[in-house]
Design a protein around this ligand. Structure first.
Ligand SMILES: Cc1cc2nc3c(=O)[nH]c(=O)nc-3n(C[C@H](O)[C@H](O)[C@H](O)COP(=O)(O)O)c2cc1C
Length: 328
């Protein structure tokens, strides 16, 4: 039986069960547009957006969070808040902006976010989380999801309490990242804890963590989850989801040449510069993005060093021309 199948979330059915997940500093329209050009995920997510920003900052400061390109497919807006009223209002707003799905971030480990009672801090307050999910459901006709982390083996009954609350609040799906919030992103993802939620929740579970190849994709789907979310591995290789679908179907997949990867990187930075209205900011972001595009380049340390001192896109372009080269 094929592991790649349609994914139903609320009243929506997506043709495949692979999602491009949210990444702060990455998941804006230029990135998602590339994902859609080279792959056909179920949907792609925005990065986490603070509801305070959505409700109180001028729209000119929100472009990078809320803009959707016409070349994109379905988009999931991910919100961050600890206040049900504020979250309800923001949910209504992003529904008007064109969100196809709305997700609540309950996994962010960053201190500043936890201090505000948001992100992974919400996992300590199941009743609050219940109220937040209800506020989202009351303010949109679109499917509502939550993205959580697991307890990481702390053995305090957290997963059981969380599963009970989620079954009661009934979001349309739950994304489970198989790590405790203190583990950030580097320890191996815990598939057994994802399976725990798959077995207990009444709604579809999307497994997330460390999917980067056909084997890790298979291992995640074998937890019984209805779908998977890929985050970091999609950056710098927007064709990844298509490649994985081909590999699982034992179909040939022709990847891009190094020169093409370099061109996609520059296209990404040019589009960022247009979105941000600043070449300088875009080139600054390029320094963080290049490590993903340079994965398969032997001299990637030297490439990153050179990219780090570029001040313009044309400087970046000539550095890339020296490194993204096809041999033979
Ligand atoms: C730089 C970075 C930014 C992230 N930003 C977000 C975010 O905005 N919202 C969110 O829910 N998760 C965020 N995550 C977590 C990812 O969505 C994902 O849960 C995690 O990286 C594990 O999946 P992966 O192994 O496929 O990357 C971020 C992770 C990283 C490394």
């Amino acid at each position: 039986m094929s592991l790649i199948k349609p994914l139903v979330i609320g009243h929506k059915e997506f043709p495949v069960n692979i999602i491009q997940g949210p990444l702060a500093g990455v998941s804006c329209a230029p990135f998602r547009k590339l994902i859609w050009r080279y792959s056909q995920p179920a949907f792609a997510c925005t990065e986490m957006i603070s509801c305070k920003t959505l409700l109180h900052k001028p729209i000119s400061e929100q472009r990078r969070f809320v803009e959707i390109d016409k070349a994109e497919g379905p988009v999931c807006f991910q919100l961050s808040s600890s206040d049900p009223r504020e979250l309800g209002e923001a949910t209504r707003l992003v529904t008007e902006y064109g969100a196809d799905i709305i997700d609540l971030n309950c996994g962010c480990p960053v201190k500043k976010i936890r201090k505000r009672g948001s992100g992974s801090k919400l996992l300590s307050y199941p009743e609050k989380l219940h109220a937040l999910i209800c506020a989202m459901k009351e303010n949109t006709h679109q499917p509502v999801t939550v993205k959580i982390r697991v307890d990481g083996g702390s053995g305090d009954g957290f997963n059981a309490q969380m599963a009970e609350m989620l079954n009661c609040a009934s979001p349309d799906a739950v994304i489970v990242h198989g790590r405790h919030y203190t583990e950030h992103y580097e320890t191996p993802c815990n598939y057994e804890e994802i399976r725990y939620f798959v077995e207990r929740l009444n709604m579809p579970v999307i497994g997330n963590g460390d999917i980067a190849c056909a084997d890790s994709l298979r291992a995640m789907l074998e937890t019984g989850c209805a779908g998977v979310m890929i985050a970091r591995a999609g950056v710098g290789q927007p064709w990844l989801i298509d490649r994985l679908i081909s590999e699982l179907a034992e179909q040939p997949f022709v990847g891009p040449t190094q020169a093409e990867i370099g061109e996609v990187f520059i296209e990404h930075i040019v589009a960022l510069s247009e979105l941000l209205g600043s070449e300088r900011f875009a080139v600054y972001q390029a320094r963080a993005l290049i490590k993903y595009y340079a994965r398969s380049i032997a001299r990637r340390a030297a490439l990153r060093e050179k990219a780090n001192v570029c001040n313009t896109i044309s400087e970046l372009e000539s550095v890339c021309a020296d490194f993204f080269v096809d041999h033979g």
